[in-house]
Design a protein. Structure first.
Ligand SMILES: Cc1cc2nc3c(=O)[nH]c(=O)nc-3n(C[C@H](O)[C@H](O)[C@H](O)COP(=O)(O)O)c2cc1C
Length: 432
């Protein structure tokens, strides 16, 4: 912003006053503000302003070869001092990611102070073959990538340090992009922006029903449970994971119904500004509620084996699949149970991701995983109160889920799993 010969740099939440400036420097700022590229030129005053802007991370820097733009360094914070020398044979960090973003080819590193837009395919070749090419452009690129932190002197070192070895590239990337950070400072494209409003219709809260006949579930009387349930302290203290189940007296359909009612039923639906919001026994970001539960049954008294969808609105189960893919899911889930036993019932938790993704930017998948934790603990606690055994599982076969549920993974995906059943061993039971 320039006014009365003075200038203020504004990029919320950053703000910097430059004060009164001579006309040539003010004009340079105005040109930059209009999106024009500026050559450093010979005016020492303009050079000084450009240098101080670059030091503060206010300028993008485009590297050219003749008239061709090769790449642009796009800072989101003040860069460190440029390193004086560049070692030979630096290589890309394991965390560097090259991708198409907003119609632009971009090189990113979750811990860098900048992203690099790439316009020229020669640069892509140079990035992948760093250290093997010579010439002015290759040298400049190698120097810039050291400065920007996209390369490391010794790739092997990244695998020797515990901190860098233990993080996967996708994990660090996901962590950085789904949280506010130097890269993500404002809420403009982060959080509940409702970016899809007006462009795409919001997804209904209720998933279309599977066609099979509904199986009515037992619904306990909540008022009675308020009186008869063990105390919250007893439930919290007595909850343990159970990996050993009694197949001679398996969990019953009535217990499955009670557990789903207590943990996952839809209690309320309201609509605001065209979006449907829900209430369930567990909390969920924005009251959007994107999670669905699919009981995968092997041994439940009163219920045929197969995968079902829990309709949380009508409190019924609808059959989804009963073929070999169901067996595959049960088998995968048996890996953590005692002596490889198969689960009596596996609750597969799936996310209708578009429910959240319609409203939220950058964070929805992270929020979905947080919701899974919330649901797992809710099921753990209710199972404990009911004398059932439960064990969460940190993995699931998402491909098998999509095959069985006959849904596209981008619409709905398996994000969590928990095994429930009648426990064998004497376990501390939650008492009042
Ligand atoms: C998100 C999550 C994932 C888990 N994954 C597994 C698993 O894959 N296999 C397993 O045997 N237990 C799993 N567990 C259970 C933990 O091993 C268990 O909670 C932990 O050992 C503490 O014991 P406790 O639950 O009996 O208090 C998981 C628990 C959570 C919350």
């Amino acid at each position: 912003m320039t006014a009365g010969g003075a200038a203020i740099l504004l990029a919320p939440p950053h703000k910097e006053r430059l004060g009164k400036l001579p006309p040539a420097q003010l004009q340079a700022l105005k040109n930059l503000n209009a999106g024009e590229q500026i050559e450093p030129g010979h005016d020492p005053g303009v050079r000084a302003v450009l240098e101080s802007l670059a030091e503060g991370g206010w300028l993008t820097i485009t590297v050219r070869s003749g008239d061709t733009d090769l790449y642009t360094i796009r800072p989101f914070k003040a860069p460190p001092a440029r390193p004086s020398a560049v070692e030979q044979n630096r290589t890309l960090s394991k965390f560097a990611i090259m991708r198409q973003h907003k119609g632009q080819f971009v090189l990113e590193h979750p811990m860098s102070w900048c992203d690099i837009d790439i316009y020229d395919s020669r640069i892509v070749g140079l990035v992948s073959g760093l250290g093997t090419e010579e010439g002015a452009v290759a040298d400049r690129l190698a120097a810039d990538l050291k400065w920007t932190g996209h390369t490391v002197a010794d790739r092997a070192a990244e695998d020797q340090e515990f901190s860098t070895r233990s993080w996967g590239a996708h994990e660090l990337w996901f962590h950085r992009l789904s949280n506010l950070s130097e890269r993500v400072l404002t809420w403009e494209e982060f959080g509940p922006t409702r970016w899809a409003d007006g462009e795409f219709p919001p997804l209904p809260a209720r998933k279309a029903s599977y066609p099979g006949d509904p199986i009515t579930l037992y619904a306990p009387d909540i008022e009675t449970l308020r009186e008869s349930d063990p105390s919250i302290t007893a439930v919290l203290e007595d909850r343990v994971s159970c990996r050993d189940f009694d197949d001679s007296a398996p969990i019953t359909l009535e217990q499955v119904g009670e557990l789903l009612f207590r943990t996952a039923r839809t209690k309320l639906l309201r609509t605001a500004k065209g979006v449907e919001y829900l209430s369930r026994p567990y909390p969920a970001g924005g009251a959007v509620y994107e999670l669905e539960i699919y009981p995968v049954v092997r041994n439940v008294a009163g219920l045929a084996a197969g995968m079902y969808h829990y309709d949380s609105f009508d409190h019924v189960l609808r059959p989804v699949a009963d073929d070999s893919v169901v067996e595959r899911m049960l088998k995968t889930s048996s890996l953590t149970l005692s002596e490889g036993q198969l689960p009596q019932v596996l609750f597969v938790i799936a996310a209708r991701s578009g429910r959240l993704m319609w409203t939220y930017e950058q964070v929805p998948y992270a929020i979905i995983l947080k919701h899974v934790g919330v649901v797992l603990q809710t099921i753990y606690l209710a199972s404990t109160a009911m004398g059932l055994g439960a064990v969460a599982q940190g993995y699931g076969d998402t491909a098998a889920f999509n095959e069985a549920a006959k849904v596209d993974e981008l619409e709905e995906c398996n994000v969590g799993s928990i095994v429930v059943g009648s426990p064998t061993a004497e376990r501390p039971s939650a008492s009042r």
